[in-house]
Design a protein around this ligand. Sequence first.
Ligand code: FES
Length: 259
Amino acid sequence: MSERQENFPALLARLKPECERIIAQYENPRSALLPIMQLFQEHEGFVSQEAMHAAADMLGVTPAVAESTVSFYTLLYRRPVGKYVVQVCRGLACTINGAEDVMQAFHEKLGVGHLETTPDGLISYEEVECLAACDRATCAQVNLEFVYDLEPKQVDGMVTAMRTGAYAVAPRVQTEEPARTWSLPRLGEVARGRRSAGAIGTESPDNAGGVGDEPGIIMLDRIVERGPSFYDATRERAVQEAKDVVAVIEEEKGSRAAH
Ligand code: FES
């Protein structure tokens, strides 16, 4: 167990009154999920599993609801990141104004790429969509503070200032050593292959993980096998869907054979 995990109960006890104050501001407690997650991130440097479970507990939702909400927002980190998070804009206005040269300068100076953290755990780097300051392109943010009209020649000085503790923006809290990337592999795998979770690990490039492919049929068969004692309505629908799926597949096979 890491030092951070050991210290989590104390952090939770310290933040609980603030969490309760936040929750009281909303008609529906669930609406407090994001500000509570931001609060934990401010103190942990990222949103830990422990934080998500504690928030779910306080708000009366399942941990899966907390995790799926957190995973939707790229400014909430589910893994530790650097004390400085550098985000360079790759939107159209910035790209036209030389963002690629700025990115290249960061890659060379930091020795890392998109969604990666330097080996010393100090600086995380990512390329982001339009930061809504197109009139000052090329833009970047360092710990969410804007840097406007950025040119490649400034990169060296920015990174040196971060490394020497002289950068104008305060470092983020860091309670756990970051890994090379904070991107979660399963999400990365889904994004790279453009496949749904049901298709991960299957060999066919045509398998999108939907109900009409092999894993989908296996899933339907399993539901059907559970018998009438298990979700009758689902079973009936599943039986019908399974029949429909088989019919479509047979039809498809027939038309392929005819050609
Ligand atoms: S394109 Fe970079 S701020 Fe809009």
